[in-house]
Design a protein around this ligand. Structure first.
Ligand code: ATP
Length: 199
């Protein structure tokens, strides 16, 4: 699975639709300070479900929407689309190309699509679990992250290996199942109480 393209519209410093192509091999993005290089990696994190404005170097989520300049009016929404080559079917859907989009309006309303079908953030997260490209995967390594990784607690470092080993999906499902079991157990106890009351 490879990243083929990132399309941005109204995202941070990109008011107009812009598409950044990633060919095979290494792609280097060069440009003067403040020209928007890091905004491209922010766009990738954002579309993968990043919910923290701080991680995206802003104060609130609305800061990802182009705020206008002296010569350009602000825009009303930001949209980013990641186009991934899925010919190896690492993402568990049948298509050879997968496009994941996120759009947010100034009102705060937000939507996600996978291959043009609307879905929830949870669906995007589940789809990307164990592929290594989820928000908490290791596909975007920010400045200082390596240092952080080396100094972090072993338990936290383990999470990265778990993602790489492809077991996060199963761990998450197990946690959900345990929670459901606990709820059902509580329901059963409640039924038992009622039965005893009317016996
Ligand atoms: P450096 O080389 O210094 O790290 P860079 O090329 O990575 O810089 P970025 O940090 O990606 O640059 O881009 C910063 C620019 O993006 C700033 O000029 C900032 O004003 C602009 N910018 C960020 N958010 C918005 C927004 N919501 N609307 C308009 N411009 C924005």
């Amino acid at each position: 699975m490879e990243l083929k393209r990132v399309e941005m519209l109204g995202f941070k410093s990109f008011p107009e639709k812009i598409s950044v192509e990633f060919d095979r091999g290494i792609t280097a993005i060069v440009g003067p300070n403040g020209s928007g290089k890091s905004n491209i990696s922010d766009a990738v994190r954002w579309v993968l479900g990043e919910q923290s404005a701080r991680t995206l170097r802003g104060a609130k989520m609305e800061d990802v929407i182009f705020a206008g300049t002296q010569r350009r009016r602000p825009v009303n929404y930001a949209q980013v689309t990641l186009v991934l080559d899925n010919s190896d079917k690492k993402i568990p859907i049948e298509y050879d190309e997968v496009s994941i989009s996120r759009r947010v309006y100034r009102s705060g309303e937000s939507e996600y699509t996978v291959n043009q079908n609307r879905c929830r953030l949870k669906d995007v997260q589940e789809l990307l679990m164990d592929t290594g490209i989820g928000k908490d995967g290791y596909s975007v390594i920010g400045q200082g992250q390596i240092d952080q990784l080396l100094s972090t607690k072993p338990q936290e470092r383990r999470l990265i290996f778990e993602e790489a080993a492809g077991i996060v999906k199963y761990k998450t499902r197990k946690e959900t199942a345990i929670k459901e079991l606990e709820e059902e157990r509580a329901n059963l106890n409640r039924v038992q109480d009622i039965l005893e009351e009317i016996a």
